[in-house]
Design a protein around this ligand. Structure first.
Ligand code: NAD
Length: 500
């Protein structure tokens, strides 16, 4: 579609009474509408089991927008595009009624037969829904048909393959939009721009100038009420297989020949293929797992993971992972990329630190100074921006190098600094841009890497669990992982140096 053309589509949200629809999807659609990015030619059918009238559903949508967005203003026009269909997705007989509702709306809003099927439901339903959509003719349209699915995409490579096989019966690969909401984040998208639009970084972006890269995604929250899901998932499947490896792929990929979906994806795939595979004994050498014990957070006592609801008292599930990835190609040979992610950590932060190698000779040794390495920090959340740490001479002092920082903060007027990741991703999907969604090849390669680690972890009980206190940055073994290479984790808080 043309750049400024407004997308037209019928969006069917399966799981429309759920948490994701309420907290993310309705407010994101509203923002797009409010900004004029959606034309009046759109309609939404909310689908869930609960019986609701259109009016009740529209009231729910209104509430969810009002609680997410201050000053949302007049919502009547927006919610008038929303319709509800009570439907158990496992009930074959109900798809035909959905089909005729879709056709009526298609005519009423002149939607040109464009359809987006957004599956905001538990993954065990994905296959059934896709099969019914095809069998009952809902995918039989004149316009485009696109399937949007949420994580988790399978539980391991085998289940992901099964799921993919099921959905591929109804949709081709380029009609499938697998959401990884990290790819919708402003500063994750910015990795590409920082690298490929600046003459000063790309020439240095390799093993001659970079000593190591650190990617942290830490949460302060515990498992909350997701114990049942989390027990089967753990941090490795929940965070590393998707979000962490996606960020690594964007950091390490070669410049694509063009900024098109296919070219970018193919470069990301090459990175995942070049990751050193880990198996058996090697896993212990490269990866560390952790589980939070009780502790104090903001002055409040919090329980250990094993004391959370729906969690086994002897649980072997990891709530923390740190790992060292080696990308065995010309550009990255010898450069460790460290990743860490966990729950109940000291701070909420997603951040990338690129540490450059030391200069060949320290000329400031006479003043007994050790020079700080240059760091490029990409702040992904909650702050958004870039910081470059340099050494400079402080005014009034002779020949002394002091660390200083150059800061670019992406700040908005009232803290709501950038569009929600879901807003971007929904918009991209409506326009048919799949760049920021995960291709099957990426999913498959990530699972085959992660599966080997989970095989080892599932078959060896970690006797030391819990091994980190809530409110800390993880187990000591994660520090040792870097120490044995002569590095340390840079703090997730800003370094205390002057801004220039
Ligand atoms: P939820 O449990 O809050 O909602 C599930 C929805 O599915 C409800 O509307 C429910 O009525 C509907 N449903 C369940 N069984 C049904 C059936 N047989 N027929 C018709 N409708 C049925 O779940 P959620 O938190 O909204 O998550 C949905 C999906 O999104 C999951 O795959 C989840 O892993 C993923 N996800 C959620 C979030 C989030 O922030 N909530 C974030 C990332 C991914």
């Amino acid at each position: 579609m043309k750049l400024n053309e407004k997308p037209t589509a019928l969006i069917m949200i399966f799981g429309a009474t759920g948490d994701l629809a309420k907290r993310k999807l309705f407010p994101s659609l509203y923002r797009l509408y409010k900004k004029g990015k959606l034309s009046e030619r759109f309609a939404v059918i909310g689908i869930a089991r609960r019986p609701l009238s259109n009016d009740e559903f529209q009231a729910n949508v209104k509430n969810s927008v009002e609680s997410a967005i201050k000053d949302s203003g007049e919502l009547e026009d927006f919610v008038s595009h929303f319709y509800y269909h009570s439907h158990d997705v496992t009930d074959a007989s109900s798809y035909l009624a959905l089909k005729s509702m879709a056709e009526e709306l298609d005519t009423h809003y002149s939607l040109e037969g464009n359809r987006i099927f957004y599956l905001a439901m538990a993954p065990e339903f994905f296959g059934t829904i896709a099969e019914h959509l095809k069998a009952d003719g809902l995918t039989d349209v004149d316009g485009f048909k696109r399937l949007v699915i949420e994580k988790p995409f399978g539980h391991d490579l085998e289940s992901a393959k099964q799921l993919n096989k099921q959905i591929r019966k109804a949709f081709s690969e380029n009609e499938i939009y697998r959401i990884d909401h990290y790819l919708g984040k402003e500063m994750v998208q910015n990795i590409e721009v920082i690298r490929f639009a600046n003459a000063i970084f790309e020439p240095l972006w390799n093993n001659r100038y970079i000593s190591n890269i650190q990617v942290t995604s830490s949460e302060v929250l515990g498992v909350e009420e997701r114990g049942r899901y989390y027990e089967k998932s753990g941090a490795l499947r929940d965070m590393v297989q998707n979000h962490m490896l996606q960020m690594v792929a964007l950091l390490a990929m070669e410049p694509p020949i063009r900024l098109t979906t296919d070219e970018i994806r193919s470069e990301k795939v090459k990175v995942l293929r070049a990751m050193r595979p880990l198996e058996g004994e090697r896993v212990k050498e490269y990866f560390v797992r952790g589980q939070y014990g009780k502790g104090s957070m903001s002055g409040k006592q919090v329980p250990a993971y094993r004391e959370e609801q729906m969690v086994d008292e002897q649980s072997n599930t990891e709530t923390y992972v740190a790992g060292k990835l080696m990308i065995d190609n010309f550009r990255w040979a010898g450069v460790p990329i460290y990743i860490r992610t966990g729950k109940r950590m000291a701070a909420k932060s997603t951040k990338i630190v690129i540490q450059f190698k030391d200069i060949p000779m320290n000329l400031y040794y006479q003043t007994e100074q050790t020079l700080n390495p240059n760091l490029l920090v990409i702040h992904i959340q909650p702050e958004e921006g870039i910081t470059l740490y340099l050494n400079a001479q402080k005014s009034g002092q002779n020949m002394e190098a002091t660390p200083v920082k150059l800061n670019f903060a992406n700040k908005g007027i009232d803290g709501m600094n950038t569009p929600e990741a879901y807003e971007r991703l929904l918009y991209d999907c409506m326009r048919g841009d799949a760049t920021n969604f995960t291709h099957w090849d990426e999913v498959a390669l990530s699972w085959s890497f992660v599966d080997k680690i989970s095989d080892v972890w599932e078959n060896t009980k970690e006797e030391g669990f819990p091994n980190y206190e809530s409110g800390t940055m993880g187990p000591k073994e994660a520090d040792q992982l870097l120490e044995k290479d002569g590095f340390f984790w840079w703090p997730v808080t800003d370094l205390d140096v002057e801004e220039c």
